[in-house]
Design a protein around this ligand. Structure first.
Ligand SMILES: CCCC/N=C1\SC[C@@H]2[C@H](O)[C@H](O)[C@@H](O)CN12
Length: 622
């Protein structure tokens, strides 16, 4: 946290803070990007909370954002209710059990189309009270409430081994007419006094100058909110005016919208939602989707708006959200889940490429980058609009040896030495084009032995020479030997039976040995091409889609007989519908498929082994 000058971190402590140098959050010292969804426990019966939280987790979220409606817990002055549908601690515990972090928004004002924005109506018994200001009667009531609420949530703070990673002060205060800095300073003091110096406090405001001017305050990290009708670059440029360093954060990315009685049902296009989400995540922004599960304004809890006239909010808070009011997944959720799966955590490059990128006008080879083996990432921006699929060409057959091409994270296809020199790609000016280039091994015989790797010569997009490259050396082996991704907080959503996306993707899984660790053969049936690590050891390449080899040898001593064995797979083209791997008791080296054709050769039998078909397999979701 910026105010923390000397952070004493005891081993085993949890910390959540901001890395102002690398513009991202740090979770236990490691770069972290939250992908969050708003859910209002006050709008869902408590017996459905776990169901909704699990669905949010399965969608790939790593956090949930919740409001605490003051009037829901203190409907009558001095009478508090934290039971049943109001059991906030139970909700926090369920989120924790589900593996979800929490972004807490205790107001005291929360807006939310909730009755008086969460402020209790009994405040109005004080004549002429000026709500949301340094009005002494109002502030006294706020202090009394925070004196009840904040001690309840303190044990759940991340720094106390809980799951609350950040706490919002007030709510879009910059949109309120008062613009009372003393009020915000008082709230900051109250929150700090109860929650301690190392809790990340933040504000959220609309993407306007006035909103951020009145809503932000020194010591509270300023974030913004906007939907699909806003220019992302412009919005984050405005946030940067108030937070020149630190993570980009959209605290309320509107996946839908609210309804008033008498108006047309509101909705937001699912394709616009997934496109904007992909772009924000690709920028490294942390995003909270408002709403992910809306729920219902049971009883009399709906709020109202009053701009030119009074407009009461309807009972359903479905919000056209990814989970319906009844908790059913929608097509919008499936699109969001695919986006989350496909966009690597942008801080991932900090892990794979700790020395950072090299900017170069023209392409550089592996050797020029002083990386000799494995994979290299070449990144550039599309120089112009591609009104139709446009050829990406290596005129000198310079892709050494295979390049996996994506644009804004969407797989376009492959360029391959000697065999695929042209690939048609689509995108718009400024889109990010990545080429993950694989060194397939250097020539070991004959005149081509001086076999440079990477991209030799230029790459042409149509007739344009592509320039202004960012080149990342990748130390995958170092990261995986260090425990990634198995040690990661942000778990990969479990395999869900839906087709995984095409293009480079990591998969993880574990093999639990039954007390035995002996030689075995790892088969990736129906996978395409990639690399496998077991317990951090690089087994080598597989190319199931081309053959003839169909299994990788796993020496027994690599495996633990007592601990789960970590399997990490880098699939470069496309994993099967249900990604799983088999551990067989014999090799399979003789199945030639794909380009080279040819019939299956005579099986090369491991001495003393039975027919490959009898292999013992361990099905594990990877
Ligand atoms: C254009 C009006 C902006 C008012 N802000 C809104 S309308 C829907 C959402 C919720 O009320 C949410 O609680 C607010 O923080 C932001 N927002």
């Amino acid at each position: 946290d910026s105010t923390c000058k000397l952070c004493i971190v005891v081993d085993g402590d949890q910390t959540f803070s901001i890395d102002y140098k690398n513009n991202c959050f740090l979770k236990d010292g490691k770069p972290f990007q939250y992908i969050s969804g708003s859910i209002h426990y006050s709008r869902i019966p408590h017996y459905y909370w776990k169901d909704r939280l699990v669905k949010m987790y399965m969608a790939g979220l790593n956090a949930v954002q919740i409001y605490v409606p003051w009037n829901f817990h203190e409907p009558v002055k001095g009478e508090y209710n934290f039971s049943g549908d109001r059991d906030l601690v139970h909700f926090l515990d369920l989120a924790n059990q589900t593996g979800l972090l929490v972004i807490l928004r205790p107001g005291p004002y929360i807006c939310a189309e909730w009755e008086m924005g969460g402020l209790p109506a009994w405040l109005l018994e004080t004549p002429n009270i000026l709500l949301r200001s340094s009005d002494t009667d109002y502030l006294q009531a706020v202090c009394n409430w925070m004196n009840i609420l904040l001690p309840k949530v303190k044990p759940w703070l991340y720094s106390n081994k809980g799951n609350i990673i950040s706490v919002q002060v007030e709510n879009e205060y910059g949109s309120y007419h008062a613009c009372d800095y003393n009020y915000m300073r008082t709230l900051r003091t109250i929150f700090r006094s109860f929650l301690g110096a190392d809790t990340l406090l933040f504000t959220t405001d609309g993407d306007t100058e006035r909103a951020l001017s009145c809503g932000s305050l020194q010591g509270l990290y300023a974030t913004i909110d906007f939907g699909t009708d806003t220019n992302i670059t412009k919005a984050f440029r405005l946030q940067r005016r108030f937070e020149p360093h630190g993570p980009l954060v959209n605290s309320e990315f509107y996946t839908g919208w609210l309804d008033h009685w008498g108006e047309v049902h509101a909705g937001v296009d699912k394709w616009n939602v997934s496109k904007a989400l992909r772009e924000m995540l690709a920028l490294g922004a942390s995003v909270n989707m408002y709403m992910f599960e809306g729920g219902t304004n049971f009883g009399y809890w709906n709020g109202a708006d009053h701009d030119t006239r009074f407009r009461s909010v309807v009972t359903s808070y479905d919000y056209d959200a990814p989970l319906t009011e009844a908790g059913d997944p929608t097509e919008k959720l499936l699109l969001i889940r695919d986006v989350i799966k496909q966009v690597p955590s942008p801080c991932l490059l900090d892990l794979f490429s700790p020395q950072g990128l090299i900017k170069s006008q023209y392409l550089l080879t592996f050797e020029e980058m002083k990386q000799y083996y494995g994979y290299m990432l070449y990144r550039t921006k599309l120089p112009r609009e591609l009104w139709e699929p446009t050829p990406l060409i290596s005129p000198l057959n310079g892709v050494h040896d295979r390049a996996y091409v994506t644009i804004n994270g969407v797989f376009q296809g492959i360029l391959e030495r000697d065999t695929a020199l042209v690939l048609k790609v689509s995108g718009k000016q400024g889109d990010t084009m990545d080429l993950l280039v694989e060194n397939m091994g250097r020539v070991n015989f004959g005149s081509k032995i001086n076999d440079h790797k990477g991209i030799l010569g230029d790459l042409l997009l149509g007739s344009d020479v592509l320039t202004n490259w960012e080149i990342y050396t990748l130390d995958l082996d170092g990261a995986i030997a260090g425990g990634w991704p198995h040690s990661e907080a942000r778990r990969f959503p479990p395999a869900d039976g839906r087709g995984p996306p095409a293009g480079p993707m990591f998969y993880m899984g574990t093999l639990k040995s039954n007390g035995v660790a002996r030689d075995t053969f790892l088969q990736l049936k129906d996978w395409s091409k990639g690399q496998v690590w077991i317990n951090g050891v690089n087994l080598g390449r597989y190319w199931s889609s081309r053959g003839p080899q169909q299994s990788l040898y796993v020496p027994g001593p690599l495996l633990s007989a007592t601990q789960p064995n970590n399997i990490t797979v880098l699939e470069l083209e496309g994993a099967p519908e249900c990604p799983r791997v088999l551990f067989m008791d014999r090799p399979h080296l003789n199945r030639t498929v794909g380009r080279s054709g040819g019939s299956a050769g005579v099986g090369s039998r491991h001495p003393g082994r039975r027919d490959p078909g009898d292999g013992v397999s361990v099905h594990g979701h990877v």
